[in-house]
Design a binder for this molecule. Structure first.
Ligand SMILES: Cc1ncc(COP(=O)(O)O)c(C=O)c1O
Length: 395
């Protein structure tokens, strides 16, 4: 019975979608806390959070209650009208934003939040060029893709937008050389996520901010993945750098689609009103979920907990002394184990043993657990990874 049902889920999907994803051979049907279950009733430890999305875990009772209540009241409310929940969310959001960031543009995804930042930077500066970093990832819409140098994402869709170039992440001289009088913005992730979990080198973001501002250019920090995940609300808090635009998405509404592009009042005032928008952005359902996320993070002291768990994960994973492990790195609950061989077979082996993780590039295992992860779950990951990497091969 169960097998038939799973085949049928897979067949329907395989025959029904444009085949853009390499599928894993499992149909996930339910989640609770840091566990997921497949259609055969098998339980998995979730060290992926749906690519960094479910930061409070699955079926968080506070988020479920907020969404259910809001769904019964008002799901959608275009931004040409005011809305009570959206207003309450903005009020709460402002309490965690670094000054002078105080104005948000609502959208529905990471790429959309980046798209808005790129458009706004062009509009506010009257310039067109954008500098991004190699290994950076900002999404797949044309603006976001133009700032994402990875060949495999761009090649079938060329040409991307004009005026974009990329420099090695962490290389100040290359960045300085790339800035021109036409540079509207520099866009960077505080920790490159998809590119392999590479935290910005010490001092790099400050230097980039200074160079950009001296050149009359803006800094966009893409915190779509780092937002709420590095043991602080924002990855920028580790350096104290406040950008001109801050992009957020993924975890901010625990899985209800939402994107935010945050800027200062001064920059917001320079943007031509009425020139950008979308239908669903700032809808009350997403706002209710996002408000519940902020309340829950505070109530459960989850930033501190996640910082401790991130440090514990790094410490435990660094105990591996295997020929196959090149490096263990990360910040907060963005953690990577870089291997000397391809990561795919290890990901599969982890999944067979009941742990769902991610890759980031060909040789990197990436772990983005929910912030509620505990030592027991981390210990289980470490033990299972030890088995998978092969105890006998310890060096
Ligand atoms: C840093 C960063 N920016 C942007 C995006 C794009 O987000 P989305 O897939 O929601 O469009 C991602 C997605 O992984 C990301 O990690």
């Amino acid at each position: 019975m169960a097998v038939d049902q799973e085949q049928s889920i897979q067949q329907i999907e395989d025959e029904g979608v444009v085949p853009m994803y390499t599928k894993r051979d499992v149909a996930l049907v339910r989640g609770e806390g840091y566990y997921l279950w497949d259609s055969e009733g098998r339980r998995y430890l979730d060290f992926a959070s749906n690519y960094g999305v479910n930061i409070l875990g699955h079926a968080n009772p506070a988020v479920t209650a907020a969404i259910s209540e809001q769904a019964g009241r008002l799901i959608s409310c275009h931004q040409s009208f005011y809305n009570d929940v959206r207003a309450r969310y903005l009020e709460r959001l402002r309490t965690i934003l670094p000054s002078p960031l105080s104005r948000a543009f609502f959208s529905n995804s990471g790429a959309e939040s980046v798209e808005a930042a790129l458009k706004f930077a062009r509009a506010a500066t009257g310039r067109v060029e954008v500098v991004s970093a190699r290994r950076g990832y900002h999404g797949r819409t044309y603006g976001a893709l133009s700032a994402t140098p990875e060949k495999k994402y761009r090649e079938p869709y060329l040409p991307v937008l004009e005026g974009f170039q990329s420099v090695p992440f962490g290389d100040v001289e290359a960045l300085e050389a790339a800035l021109t009088p036409e540079t509207a913005a520099v866009i960077l992730e505080p920790v490159q996520g998809e590119g392999g979990v590479h935290p910005a080198p010490d001092g790099y973001l400050e230097t980039v901010l200074n160079l950009a501002h001296r050149n009359g250019s803006m800094l966009i920090l893409d915190e779509v993945q780092t937002g709420f995940r590095t043991g602080r609300y924002f990855g920028l808090e580790h350096s104290g750098v406040v950008p001109d635009f801050l992009c957020l998405s993924k975890g901010i509404a625990n899985g209800v689609p939402m994107g935010l592009t945050v800027t200062s009042e001064e920059i917001a005032a320079r943007l031509p009103a009425g020139t950008h928008g979308n239908t669903f952005g700032g809808n009350p359902l997403a706002a209710a979920a996002a408000l519940a996320v902020l309340e829950e993070i505070e109530r459960e002291n989850l930033l501190r907990h996640s910082a401790e768990m991130g440090a514990y994960m790094l410490e435990r994973l660094r105990e591996f002394d295997r020929a196959s492990v090149r490096e263990v790195r990360g910040l907060g609950l963005m953690v990577a184990v870089d291997l000397r061989e391809r990561a795919t077979k290890y990901l599969r082996a982890l999944q067979e043993r009941g742990i769902i993780a991610l890759s980031a590039g060909p040789t990197t295992l990436r772990f983005l657990p929910p912030l509620i992860v505990d030592k027991e779950a981390v210990d289980q990951l470490v033990e299972t990874l030890g088995e998978v990497l092969g105890r006998g091969k310890a060096t």
